[in-house]
Design a protein around this ligand. Structure first.
Ligand code: GTP
Length: 348
């Protein structure tokens, strides 16, 4: 196997790119696009998720030895050691020729991660610092929810402030005019980083990641001038996380009735969207061969996506909720009530 790999020159210091951005802002979507770019075909990927169970590595729909899931906690607090271990392990396996000789690592952090400790892990580790170096930090910012997230969550400010590239997502939903205040805020948080539109068809994805290349696409500018109250928008010091985030995980054994589920989720987000910061899941829908991925970000319900195949043998539906100040039992009871109501309707 090593013969196949010999031709690829491994850089003296392999860059480690951080892909960050608040919950549901489009990191995994951008990662999937990045990995399809031939210029990034030789990247190893580390994915970290907040919550008991990770789904993102399934949603990326690329599974190989160079894709590693860092689970069970947040990269900036509980799994920092795991990050260093995972990079060391990739390095050792590359040295032994056991995996394709990646020339870059892309780390997708949780939507709640503070990027500073993540980056310092690479610099501080006695082994890693001789073989790896920090690459560009790419931060996704949600055009629909971004401004209110800056106002509410210190994490999103830190993620934007450290970026080398700021990628605004969901402009297709928000409209360009609605983004000028957001762009103005970004100009205060991080005046040096180019701000680009994820939906821009001309966007050079590889240039987001590869250092020294300025992304080829129109850099966005605010039409309303660069006003912003810096005192409000800059990160506050203090706790690792700005709110009492909890994750909740529901598994459903039986195939789900799509109409009833859609109704339940829409009602949940209408009523509690301020507290349900993120919902994502892979559902086994009655009558469908392949799974459907669902996404909600606060009050916003995204269009469901039909996946090409089941990621493994487990055909149960799995849904992850990240809530801020919402009673998890209430949510579970509401879901059970929905399931019970459905069973009653089936019997009738
Ligand atoms: N319309 C639209 N939807 C988008 C865009 N970017 C992402 N989305 C949708 O937003 C939802 C969340 O996207 P993800 O890529 O999973 O977001 P994430 O940041 O990885 O989420 P977490 O890992 O949970 O923090 C999905 O339904 C995506 O399809 C965009 O530019 N336009």
């Amino acid at each position: 196997m090593a013969d196949l790999f010999d031709a690829v020159a491994i850089p003296a210091f392999t860059p480690v790119n951080l892909l960050t951005g608040f919950l549901g802002s489009g990191k995994t979507t951008l990662l999937s696009r990045l990995l399809k770019d031939p210029a990034l075909g030789d990247a190893a990927v580390l994915i970290n998720e907040f919550g008991e169970v990770g789904l993102d590595h399934h949603l990326v729909e690329r599974l190989d030895d160079n894709m590693v899931l860092l689970q069970s906690g947040c990269l900036c607090c509980t799994v920092r050691g795991e990050l260093a271990d995972a990079i060391r392990d990739l390095h050792a396996r590359r040295e032994r020729g056991e995996i394709p000789p990646f020339r870059r690592i892309v780390v997708e952090s949780t939507g709640l991660a503070d990027p500073f400790p993540v980056l310092s892990t690479i610099k501080a580790d006695p082994v890693l610092r001789h073989h790896f170096r920090p690459g560009n930090v790419i931060t996704t910012v949600d055009a629909v929810n971004g401004l209110s997230q800056f106002d509410t969550y210190v994490e999103s400010n830190r993620q934007a402030a450290i970026a080398d590239r700021l990628v605004i997502t969901k402009i297709d939903l928000a409209g360009e005019d609605a983004c000028s205040d957001l762009i103005a805020r970004l100009a205060v948080l991080n005046p040096d980083a180019p701000v680009v539109d994820a939906c821009d068809g001309a966007l050079d994805l590889a240039a987001l990641v590869i250092e020294d290349d300025v992304p080829r696409a129109a850099t966005l500018q605010s039409s309303s001038g660069f006003y912003c109250d810096a005192q409000q928008s800059l990160p506050a010091a203090g706790r690792a996380h700005s709110a009492d985030f909890r994750s909740l995980f529901i598994i459903v054994d039986q195939p789900v009735d799509w109409t009833a589920f859609g109704l339940w989720m829409t009602m949940l987000l209408n009523r509690h969207g301020d507290k349900v910061i993120r919902v994502k899941g892979i559902l086994n829908i009655e009558g469908e061969e392949t799974p459907v991925a669902i996404h909600g970000v606060q009050h916003l319900v995204h269009t469901p996506v039909h996946m090409q195949a089941w990621p493994g043998d487990d055909r149960r539906s799995k849904i992850v909720f990240i809530v801020d100040g919402l009673d998890g039992n209430l949510l579970k009871r509401s879901f059970e009530a929905f399931a019970v109501a459905r069973r009653a309707a089936e019997v009738a």
